[in-house]
Design a protein. Structure first.
Length: 238
């Protein structure tokens, strides 16, 4: 039996319209297709392998709505892959309803050096710093207290900006996620699910936000992407 490495699932309503992907295996069940590749060796979590996995999914995404499969999923045979599609058919269709004609976009805001200082140093922090400047000796407790004040201020600002930005974009998004995995200077790390019909308006709203916050943040805006962040189901091969 030949093992198959799995990339993604897409819908194929018209059997005469094939996805243009070379050297891959297509396994179908009714109107859904699992894109696979014959395995020539064992899977290792290498940078090259992960990049290849992502590229294949993006190439399909240019042609179809797609449900990405996490890196490393393998079937023991074609028959096992067919059983997987049959077993999960209803759940897969529900996912396609969620992501149909939609893209994911990623938005990351990082404070600029000067913008960070202006934003963070409110009246309380400025007053405390002046108080420390007048002391003959700054203790470890003073440093800890200042650090706590800055941390609280940063968290308050992150929430403020997240509310402002998601409120500005909500009319053009179907869903969004705010990531908690951020660096100290990162104000926002968010993913948005956007209908392709709203992509232009969403871009325009992002540009408005960029102009508004140009002195405070560096913007990193990436898309369109396959809807990685909005596929919560963890499919397993039995």
């Amino acid at each position: 039996m030949e093992k198959l490495y799995c990339y993604c699932i897409f819908q194929q309503n018209d059997l005469n319209e094939r996805v243009n992907i070379k050297n891959k295996c297509f396994i179908s069940h009714e109107d859904i297709v699992l894109l696979c590749e014959s395995m020539k060796s064992n899977i290792n979590a290498t940078k090259e392998g992960i990049l290849k996995h992502d590229k294949v999914i993006r190439d399909v995404f240019k042609q179809r709505d797609v449900i990405p499969i996490s890196y490393g999923m393998v079937t023991e045979s074609r028959e096992q892959a067919e059983k997987f599609l049959m077993k999960n058919y209803s759940a897969i269709l529900k996912l396609f309803q969620k992501v149909e004609n939609k893209i994911e976009v990623s938005l990351k805001l990082t404070w600029k050096e000067e913008g960070f200082s202006k934003d963070i140093e409110d009246k309380e922090i400025v007053a405390f710093k002046k108080q420390l400047a007048n002391k003959k000796k700054i203790t470890e407790q003073d440093k800890i207290e200042l650090g706590k004040m800055v941390e609280e201020r940063v968290n308050d600002l992150r929430q403020k900006y997240a509310d402002e930005i998601t409120n500005r974009l909500k009319d053009y998004t179907n869903d969004f996620l705010i990531s908690e995995g951020i660096t100290p200077r990162m104000a926002l790390n968010a993913s948005f699910l956007v209908d392709k019909a709203n992509e232009k308006k969403f871009d325009e709203a992002i540009n408005e936000l960029y102009q508004k916050y140009i002195d405070i943040f560096n913007f990193k805006y990436i898309g369109p992407l396959p809807p990685y962040s909005f596929i919560n189901e963890k499919f397993e091969i039995d």
